[in-house]
Design a protein around this ligand. Sequence first.
Ligand code: KIV
Ligand code: NA
Length: 248
Amino acid sequence: MCLTAYDAPTAEIIDPHCDLILVGDSVGMVVHGLPSTVGVTMDMMIMHGQAVMRGSKTAMVVVDLPFGSYEGTPDTAFASASRVMMETSCQAVKIESGSYAAKTIAYLVERGIPVMSHVGLRPQSMHVLGGFRARGRNQKVADEILRNAVAAAEAGSFAVVVEGVSAEIAERVTKAVDIPTIGIGASPNCDGQILVTPDMLGLFDRVPKFVHKFGNMREQIDASVSQYADEVKSRTFPRAENLYVFKD
Ligand code: KIV
Ligand code: NA
């Protein structure tokens, strides 16, 4: 049972329900309004990671390593991951695991950093993959996803996020690795599920096909702000109970 969080109050609300809270680099899109996750920086991840850690009590908190901070060499990845862990006190990091990742995962785990992997649709590679489209709907891509997942598991990842793949591929990956698979747009055939919290709460009109909106936050905010606007203009807010009274 996993969700994302980027701030302390949200972390506090979702923590009792979650086994794992991910401070995803989706923060770039759903909080900062960026067009993709590619522009997310280490400083952003650390600041949001610290906020989530302040709100979370019992769930495991995992922070995404952002684009550019871990792909080059295992050594660079260790510098980034150790900085994230030391400055946020989170319990693990997540990396998007292409074919290059196994060496890095082993390097980090051996040096004390638990790693969650992320295969299938890898948003940080959208410019190479060709946008945010479901992956693993043809044989060649399916085999590649399976290889990446198996390599990530063998290298020592404690779990793997599987994003944007068909139910068949999700099942193959889940059977092939003995670590938990956490699906997002990856059918019920994964061991667990994760969603981007503002997406599932209904903060946006447009969400990916795999999201179910469990709430309607966008309408709730709009209705509340509209009522506030009316009351400010009609001078019915502040109300009597909102006033400080002179006590002398
Ligand atoms: O950044 C993120 O929120 C993620 C999840 C969607 C798995 O990586
Ligand atoms: Na991410």
